[in-house]
Ligand binder design. Structure first.
Ligand SMILES: [Mg+2]
Length: 170
């Protein structure tokens, strides 16, 4: 019998991405300064919003995405990776990381997902519900039967907004 469809967050859920987020943030802040944009004291995700409004989203993906891809090549698997491996039914990944980093980390551990949606896969990113809806749609399943598993408040809010059940990583 098939189990209910499951969508997993990536970092802190299936694998642990050893990204030096401080360095990624500082690299992109320097990039912005070079472009004449003041990054202020925004954190990385604040800089993502700034990049979006200032028209530098591609630069964000190039600079921060490189940090993530590099880390994804070394990311250790977490306990839920075994759950995904054993899951017999539709499974997806919906992450705030770049889609390329997600795929590298999944490949590294031989993890298969029917859909992989990162922050750069659709027009918006978590906690907007659209990426989770897009994941479910690509899996060909209905949100009412699915559960989203994540390790952050952002994940919980995303599930809530998408009308999908949520389960915290234990
Ligand atoms: Mg996470």
């Amino acid at each position: 019998m098939q189990r209910d469809p499951v969508v997993y967050d990536l970092d802190g859920t299936l694998v642990s991405l050893p990204v030096d987020w401080g360095a990624a943030r500082d690299d992109f802040a320097a990039d912005l300064r070079g472009l004449g944009v003041d990054p202020g004291d925004r954190d990385l995700w604040g800089l993502l919003e700034l990049a979006e409004t200032a028209g530098y989203r591609d630069r964000f993906e190039a600079v921060v995405g490189e940090h993530e891809r590099e880390a994804a090549r070394e990311a250790p698997a977490l306990a839920l990776a075994d759950e995904l491996r054993a899951h017999d039914g539709p499974a997806g990944v919906c992450s705030l990381n770049s889609e390329a980093a997600c795929r590298i980390a999944l490949d590294r551990h031989g993890l298969d997902a029917d859909a992989v949606v990162g922050r750069d896969s659709v027009g918006s990113y978590k906690p907007d519900p659209e990426p989770l809806r897009a994941t479910l749609s690509a899996m060909g399943v209905d949100g009412e039967t699915a559960v989203f598993v994540g390790d952050s408040e952002r994940d919980r809010v995303t599930a809530d907004r998408a009308g999908v059940r949520f389960r915290w990583v234990e």
